[in-house]
Every structure is written in structure tokens, then in C-alpha cells.
Design a protein around this ligand. Sequence first.
Ligand SMILES: Cc1cc2nc3c(=O)[nH]c(=O)nc-3n(C[C@H](O)[C@H](O)[C@H](O)COP(=O)(O)OP(=O)(O)OC[C@H]3O[C@@H](n4cnc5c(N)ncnc54)[C@H](O)[C@@H]3O)c2cc1C
Length: 455
Amino acid sequence: MLNLNKYDVVVIGSGPGGFTAAVRAAQIGAKVAIIEKSFIGGTCLNCGCIPTKFLWKALKIKQEIQRSYEYGFSAILDPVIFENIINKKNKNISIIRKGMESILSSYNIVFFYGVASFKDKNTLLILNSENGKTEIYADKIIIASGTEPSTVGNFVFDGVRVINSTDALNLKKIPKNMLIVGGGAIGIEMATIFSGFGCQITLVERANSLLSSEDHEVSEEISKNLSRHGVKIITSCTNAIYDIDRYEKILVVTGRSPSSIFLNLENAGINTVRGNGFIETNEFCQTKINNIYSVGDIAGKNLLAYTAQNEGVAAAENAINGNNISVNNCAVPQVVFSMPPSASVKILNFIESKNIIFGKFPFTANGRALIENERMGFVKCAVDVLTRKPLAFWIVGAHSDEVVNAAAQILKSGMKCLSRETIFHPSFSESLLNAYEDAFGKCTEAVKKNKAKKI
Ligand SMILES: Cc1cc2nc3c(=O)[nH]c(=O)nc-3n(C[C@H](O)[C@H](O)[C@H](O)COP(=O)(O)OP(=O)(O)OC[C@H]3O[C@@H](n4cnc5c(N)ncnc54)[C@H](O)[C@@H]3O)c2cc1C
């Protein structure tokens, strides 16, 4: 007898990891279901990548209007009604949600709304307030349940005064002042957006610099730009923060914790890494249990949407066709939407390379940057002296979020050098080549240095 609740592949979570895995599994011909306890699209669409970049863009437009006199215009900006911007952001999210729903239905993927948990390694229970409990069976299961905001110290989220990133992205009004706890990518993006719209921000970070795992020149440039916009930055902040009562809002963005509490992983025999809730997987995205795979944030590798998507494709293919695709995360670009944005990409373990030389090129010397009135920042490049291969790029400046994609392709393809004829002029990307050439004292677009870095 046909069992309607039996699937080839069931995916838990509809963020970038789960959605991509479900669609790819269906493309291969599997009968697929996806379970989601909240909105389709996960963190990325609803409270992560898309809303932050939308608000960043709104701020950019505001600044462009304010700076339009530099091009000879005389535009006057009316007071900003932040709620209108939030409404437009929400409209855009709905458009993308609808698009995702039609993709799922075009592939006949069954969507279950509810909280998934394991009964055993092939059976899932779905709990939802309308239908109660539904039980479904799956040959293969892909867990893509993502992460949730986590807090630190004595801060307890109340959604009103002590808030997380999701709350912040739905504020209807710009607060007078805000303490942001956490100077990583999310903290920096929030400080950029809210200070840009007139909120007095104090940004505190436990490490001795913002974005502490990044190159020190990048971190210094970001701090400089935030300070120019009035953000008060306190690093090496290990003590309790005094005058806490004076802040209208306290935004805690110190990290994310795995969404695994509802899953009852123990019923399926799945390990988490050192018991911390992140699911342990091998290079094929497979857990210790053969028929169960896990991708994206919950698998704890990079906590980025495109890593989740990459793993989603691999897990779907591996689950259905056998373990053929391994994920190596060799040259993953990282971007922070500061103002201007900053980005970096490195080949794995580049720091272990013994003979590194560095080149640097400022955007003050880039023609396109002058045209766009975006002359802040630089490109920095690390090169292996022996092989002449670029090993890493750091870019602070306008469009670095796009330029870094070209840099990643260059690193990933192992190109010995960049070639001038493949880079459009005038463009920001040209500075990748300029920085690379500078490492050898061969940049033709900068004044001669006293000490050319010869090999
Ligand atoms: C403020 C912010 C900004 C960000 N900006 C960027 C960016 O610019 N670029 C970038 O690449 N990344 C960014 N990220 C990170 C990015 O959002 C995540 O890496 C990405 O969403 C991870 O995808 P995922 O599929 O693993 O999980 P998620 O997107 O978190 O999706 C998991 C889904 O699973 C559902 N779920 C969980 N448990 C269950 C259950 N038991 N049953 C049913 N459903 C369940 C959740 O409701 C959720 O919808 C940002 C994150 C934040 C917080």
C-alpha cells in the first residue's frame, strides 16, 4: 500500500541550506518534503542577510542624497521616517518568500509547517498548533535547522530594551542611543546602520580590536570609519559596563547558538560537537548516522548563507547518489557591510606559507573611485614569493562586496598572476591587480617607492 507520509528525502529547515538541499534533491528525482517551524527562507531572508543589506542600502541612498551637492545637485532630504524603510524591507522579504514558495511547488516539494523532532533515525514528528502531531518517514534526512541569537553575561533578551539582531531589524523608530555588545560582523553592520540613521552608538568588544580575526589594517579602517560617524568604540572590554541605565536599547550580538534543542537528536543517535549543539559532519556533510546529513549553520562550519547553500547541494547529491561531493571551503569570501564595506578572501591556511610579501593599493588612486566619489579604503594582497600566487586579498572600499567575488575566483583557480586584459577599466576590480603588482614593486599606477619589494 502507498504510504503518503513516506519520502525519499526530508529536509528540516527552509533557510539557504535546507531550501537548496530540498530543491536539488527534487531535481535529481527524489520525493521530497521540507519542514519549517517559522517563515520560509530562514535567518538569511527574514532576519539576516537580506534585511541587513536592505537597511544598509537605504542608508547609502540617504548619504548619496546628502552628498549629491558634490556632483552639482541641490537636493534636500526630508526627515527620515524609519518605519517606512522597515515596511519596504518587509515587502521585499514577502516578495522573496513568495518566489521561494513557487520554486518549491514547481518541484512538487511538500511543505510542512511545524516543529520537527526525531522519533528514530528514519521517522520525524511534526508538531504544529493547528494539526497537532504528524509522523513522516524518510529514507534520507537533511538537518538544516540553523542558529538562533545567543546572549552573554547577565543580558536577558526581553525584546524591548535588551534586544537581539532580529528585534533590531524590526525597530519602527531609531532609538536615541544604543549600546551594542559584540564587535563582530553583525555588531559592525548594526552600528553602521543605526549610527547612520542618527542613533548614538556605543560599541563594546571583548577582544582588543573589532572584527578581531581579521587583518589589523582592515579592522583599523573599519574602526576609523565608524568613529567618523560618531560611534564610540570600546575594545578589550572585559568588565561590566557601567552607566548601562542610560541606554534606550541594548543590542547583544555576541554570537549564535545552534537550533537543535527541539530536534531530539539523541533519538536518532546523532552526535553534536563536544555536546555543544552543533552537529558533527564529515566532508560529505554526513553525520555519524549514515542516512542523516546536516548542512549550514547547524553544522557549524562558516555560518554563512552561501556555505549553507554549497553544503545543501553536496548533501542532497551525496544522500541520493552516494558520497561523491566533498566540501572544502577553500577560498570563502567574507564581507562586512560597514560604510564603506570591507571584504576578504584567503586560501586555507595561507598564514602557514613561509615566504609572503604584501602589496597595497589605495582607492584614492583608482579612477573609478574618483568618478564615484568613493575614494576611501584600499586593496591589500598577500603573495607567495616562490610561486608568485596570490594567497589573500583584503578590500576596504565601495563595492568590495562585489570585487571580492573576483578575488575569490582568482585564488580558487590558483592563477599565478592576474592579467590586465581581463579586468575592465575603469573599475574597482583593477585595484586587485594594482595591489598584486605592488607586492613586486611593479605597480605602474602609483608613485615609485623607495624600496621596491623585489623577489
Ligand atoms: C543579522 C545577520 C546578518 C547576516 N548577514 C549575512 C550575510 O550578509 N551573508 C551571509 O552569507 N550570511 C549572513 N548571515 C548568516 C546567514 O543568515 C546564515 O549563515 C544562514 O541563514 C544559515 O542558513 P541555514 O540554512 O543553515 O539556517 P537558517 O537560515 O537559520 O534556517 C534554519 C531554519 O530552520 C528552521 N528550524 C529550526 N529548527 C527547526 C525544527 N526543529 N523544525 C522545523 N524547522 C526548524 C528555522 O526556523 C529556520 O527557518 C547573517 C546572519 C545574521 C543573524
